[in-house]
Design a protein around this ligand. Structure first.
Ligand code: AMP
Ligand code: ZN
Length: 469
């Protein structure tokens, strides 16, 4: 499997630190508003990377944070007259709802910056002890950029160029820095802002230190992949590298992956242009799987333009896959015989080529556009080769292959059958009977069957309670 590493600007063979395991960190959103479709791009792209890695047999630890302390959150809290925590917890919930709609699986851990302040203070302290950080008179702590000789290695920037750029951009408060390149690790509190005590002053962390600390805590000092949108390369990820590598004395992440930006109608998406779209708005018009399809139909490193026409085209294309699936489901029920016919063995072999093509595309830096093309070829194959003369087993085999490949891309093409409340109650009743008769195997089977349909059982003192997942 090859992936493009921003660090080396090359496609490289993926070799994990530990065999069979992947440790991956994806910078998550700042939660002060509903997420927009730009934020959705890294979520969908890296969720797909995770799914493909799992399909290949890796055990993936996937960490993605929520930045829940930030100027924009505080501003919104003041506007609404509520606490910053109320704003962040509201939009974390909303973000999780949108993620579910887009079939973005929850991360192994979703750490919150505000819950990790102790770790941040500890890392800043270590950086100070090692001479990589210093406190100014007002308690602001800065990172001493020039002391880290490799600064600029990710963004391929040279320190002198950076320096001249910064000189023309001097802002107030900068005079207390030793050097214009130095960035903030800890800043003093302002009135009405959330703050935490620290050895330097009551205050809050800078943005970059959050990710260095959360990545270390949940994945360790060295990780395989660190990812995010391309705007994060500089300064966010460059600064994360500086902090982590100076603190831990180890290479922080082996591979750095960045998605290109999503534009709208060929213009940058921004609030001032008024062309800002939230995922929630899109969900009012489309099943969010259409948005997922639209994103995956482009390479993640190519800029992508969002337009109504392209969304309509994605809707129609996805419908072609769904139609193919429905047809196969139907043929599976109505086959000429249950078992495979003689000539179908060869056809199954032929169909496996589409999986090979799919994997080749994904192995080539996650070329999801080509992977989708392989899926369409399989749909076409199914439409012509699975006919009224086919067996149930053949239809089932092709159906399974199609569903499996779509699942890797996070496209759920099988409509889940809705289970009715009364059917659930009946099964719970049957499970109770089975338990009474000490038929635990049957009782467990019913529990699993319900779980598969998204029903979770809980045995309580007042009897069995159930809920939909
Ligand atoms: P933010 O909440 O701004 O920190 O962004 C969260 C994630 O969304 C980061 O990985 C950003 O790089 C990414 N992102 C923000 N806007 C866009 C966009 N228009 N296109 C693609 N990715 C974006
Ligand atoms: Zn980050």
């Amino acid at each position: 499997m090859k992936l493009f590493n921003t660090l080396t600007r090359k496609k490289e063979e993926f070799v994990p630190l530990e065999e069979g395991k992947v440790k991956m960190y994806v910078c998550g959103p700042t939660v002060y508003n509903l997420i927009h479709i730009g934020n959705a791009r890294p979520m969908i792209v890296f969720d797909t990377v995770r799914r493909y890695m799992e399909y290949k047999g890796y055990e993936v630890s996937y960490v993605s944070n929520f930045t829940d302390v930030d100027d924009k959150i505080i501003k919104k809290a003041i506007e609404e007259g509520v606490s910053a925590e109320e704003i962040s917890s509201r939009y974390i919930e909303e973000c999780k709802r949108d993620m579910e709609g887009m079939n973005v699986r929850p991360a192994t851990v979703h750490p919150l910056a505000t819950q990790e302040i102790d770790g941040m203070i500890e890392m800043i302290q270590t950086l100070m002890e090692k001479g990589y950080a210093y406190a100014a008179q007002d308690g602001t702590v800065y990172f001493r950029v020039k002391k880290f000789k490799e600064y600029g290695k990710l963004s391929h920037k040279n320190l002198d160029d950076l320096q001249s750029g910064f000189r023309s951009l001097q802002v107030s408060g900068e005079e207390q820095k030793e050097d214009s390149l130095d960035f903030v690790l800890w800043k003093p509190k302002k009135d009405g802002e959330p703050s935490w005590p620290s050895p330097w002053c009551d205050g809050r962390p800078g943005w970059h230190i959050e990710c260095s600390v959360m990545s270390k805590k949940y994945l360790g000092e060295e990780i395989d992949i660190h990812a995010g949108g391309e705007d994060l390369v500089f300064p966010h990820h460059e600064n994360e590298i500086a902090q982590s590598e100076c603190c831990n004395g180890k290479i922080f992440a082996r591979y750095w992956m960045h998605n290109a930006f999503l534009n709208i109608d060929n213009r940058k998406m921004s609030k001032s242009l008024g062309n800002f779209r939230t995922v929630r708005e899109i969900s009012q018009q489309y099943d969010l799987q259409v948005l997922r399809f639209f994103m995956l139909n482009a390479h993640y490193r190519s800029p992508l333009n969002f337009s109504a026409d392209l969304m309509e085209a994605s809707k129609n294309a996805l419908e072609r896959i769904l139609e193919g699936v429905r047809r196969l489901e139907d043929r599976r029920k109505k086959g000429v015989q249950a078992e495979l016919l003689e000539e179908e063995y060869l056809l199954i072999k032929e169909a496996e080529n589409f999986t090979v093509k799919f994997e080749e595309a994904m192995d080539d830096d996650f070329n999801t556009a080509d992977a989708l093309a392989a899926i369409f070829e399989l749909v076409k194959f199914a439409n012509t080769k699975v006919t009224e003369k086919s067996s149930c087993a053949f239809a089932e085999n092709i159906l399974n292959q199609l569903v499996k490949l779509n699942n890797v891309l996070g496209l759920e093409v099988i409509q889940k059958e809705e289970i009715l409340d009364k059917e659930i109650e009946a099964l719970i009743e049957e499970r109770q009977e089975a338990r009474k008769a000490k038929n635990f195997a049957r009782a467990d089977e019913i529990r699993d069957e319900l779980l598969e349909k998204g029903i979770i059982l809980k045995d309580t003192r007042e009897g069995v309670k159930w809920k939909r997942a």
